[in-house]
Design a protein around this ligand. Structure first.
Ligand SMILES: Cc1cc2nc3c(=O)[nH]c(=O)nc-3n(C[C@H](O)[C@H](O)[C@H](O)COP(=O)(O)OP(=O)(O)OC[C@H]3O[C@@H](n4cnc5c(N)ncnc54)[C@H](O)[C@@H]3O)c2cc1C
Length: 478
């Protein structure tokens, strides 16, 4: 049995990636169906670090206030040995917020809470996750895709996105390989626990003693009484996820007693792996998030890269579905995101192996698409260290305008900096700023995902670029 209606997009998996994609498509007025195998959103604090670039995305998607209210800054690390505090240890470098980059350092929020906030926003936009719907198979034809589930009717969509996590059924059904390596043979146990006798001002770190035990860290989570407990185990061992198992590890590797651990609300284990799908697309079906790339948790890149995938894909899918751009625009999703994901794998593996610190690169503010076939830099001789087409469009407060306010929403934005220049009738919101050295003088067409799509000294040539990427028809219903 198939439901009669063909929806614009069917999203498999209601993790952070699927939820962001659903929100971004819904706010563009598309019909979206999002299915989730579980009966609820996934539990656990897992990816708890929201990077600054993701905070900017959350601002655009209308969830920033909720994320700020529910989360908190990372506490400073405290090294313990033999029950004694050895001193503070900063896990990463945090710079100062600036006019151009208003968020600095990761913001901590348990992943289950992030998902709850995204789910609430999706519902506000009239979307609904269909729980208890496990995808089993997909079949494509020239007009669309039919998806079949473990129970319930088949669904029909013009496009499908597999946001169904590292073991992606969608990826397997498409026969897309995943190439990668084990980053570390030592398995890691991650759990949400209640513990007596530890303060909530520090991220408590217990280095290995030797004798086969491993690294252990216990981090207070904001807004709840839980701590996130992380422990590394010898290669080849199986992690015991029970309350007693976790109590035994904490008692053996710290000054705490087993009975100080009063509750374990969620526990899981993982083998740190870095792997990349060979392709991010097959016809009308896309892979996004962990379905396309899995990382070591070190450096907090997994959840953030997954959200950025969704944010890159949503406006392109919308432009094609609404007939504003040709289907070739969809090719640029893999073109832009696969190299970024490949770099992220390298970054998180190096951080995991202790070869580099968690520095600026982890914030994802420097990522961009200068290499992309859909960005166009028409100015001659712009030095590499100056803002180019393809770069993230920075924030700023000039001439009574806040740039992120001007960019917020599903539309493109035309920004001019410097003396007034004539602009073509593009039909997009225009922001004019007299001077802002972060941009330099020029005309900048900002993509819906906040990157500079086109840059020029004047607007000459802008119209033909705009037509090729679907800038027109900007009346979106929110
Ligand atoms: C134990 C653990 C600890 C982690 N720690 C960190 C960390 O510290 N920092 C960090 O950045 N990242 C961490 N991660 C990774 C982070 O959680 C992921 O990168 C992030 O969840 C990816 O989001 P996603 O939406 O792509 O996939 P997921 O969050 O995996 O969501 C996929 C969803 O699809 C659903 N699904 C799967 N198959 C089907 C199907 N056939 N039909 C329907 N639905 C399906 C799943 O139930 C799930 O809800 C951790 C992950 C794990 C498992």
């Amino acid at each position: 049995m198939t439901t009669n209606d063909t929806v614009d997009a069917l999203i498999i998996g209601a993790g952070p990636c699927g939820l962001v994609l659903a929100i971004d498509l819904r706010r563009r007025g598309l019909t979206v169906h999002i299915v989730e195998r579980g009966e609820t959103l996934g539990p656990g604090s897992r990816g708890k670090g929201i990077q600054p670039r993701t905070m900017e995305v959350f601002d655009d998607l209308g969830v920033l206030d909720a994320v700020l209210a529910a989360g908190g800054p990372y506490p400073i690390g405290m090294i313990w040995r033999d029950g004694q505090r050895q001193g503070e240890h900063r896990m990463f470098e945090v710079g100062e917020a600036t006019e151009a980059a208003p968020f600095q350092g990761p913001w901590m929020l348990p992943q289950w809470r992030t998902q709850d906030i995204l789910h609430a926003r999706l519902r506000e936009l009239g979307g609904e996750v269909a729980f208890g719907r496990e995808l089993l198979s997909i079949a494509q034809d020239p007009e669309g895709v039919t998806a079949s589930f473990a129970s319930g009717p088949d669904l029909r969509a013009r496009y499908v996105v597999g946001a169904d996590g590292g073991r992606s059924t969608v990826r397997q059904r498409l026969g897309i390989g995943m190439t990668g390596e084990v980053v570390d043979p030592h398995p890691i146990l991650v759990a949400d626990v209640r513990i007596r006798g530890l303060d909530r001002d520090n991220w408590h770190v217990f280095p290995p003693h030797g004798d086969g035990d491993g690294f252990m860290a216990i981090c207070p989570l904001p807004g709840v009484d839980d701590f996130q407990f992380v422990a590394q185990f010898p290669a080849g061992s199986t992690c015991d996820l029970s309350l007693d198992g976790i109590r035994a590890v904490i008692a053996a590797r710290s000054h705490l007693a087993a009975a100080d651990v009063t509750d374990v609300s969620w526990a899981s284990s993982l083998q740190p792996r870095a792997a990349l799908a060979d392709r991010f697309r097959d016809g009308r079906v896309f892979l996004a998030g962990d379905a396309a790339h899995v990382h070591s948790p070190a450096g907090g890149q997994g959840l953030n890269t997954s959200i950025q995938d969704a944010y890159n894909l949503a406006w392109k899918l919308a432009a094609v579905l609404r007939g504003e751009a040709g289907a070739a625009l969809l090719d640029t999703y893999e073109e832009e995101r696969l190299p970024i994901a490949a770099d992220m794998l390298g970054l998180s593996s190096r951080i995991h192996r202790g070869e580099m610190r968690r520095g600026k690169e982890t914030q994802q503010l420097g990522l961009g698409y200068r290499f992309s076939s859909i960005v166009l830099e028409t100015r001659q001789g712009v030095p590499d260290d100056v803002l180019h087409a393809g770069d993230r469009a920075p924030d700023g407060r000039r001439d009574g305008i806040r740039l992120f306010d001007a960019f917020r929403g599903p539309h493109w934005t035309l920004l001019t900096v410097g003396p007034e220049v004539p602009l073509p009738p593009l039909g997009v919101p225009v922001a004019r700023v007299r001077e802002y050295d972060v941009y330099g003088n020029g005309v900048f067409l900002i993509r819906p995902d906040g990157y500079v799509g086109w840059a020029g000294d004047t607007a000459a040539g802008l119209m033909s670029y705009a037509a090729s990427v679907g800038v027109e028809a900007l009346v979106y219903s929110e």
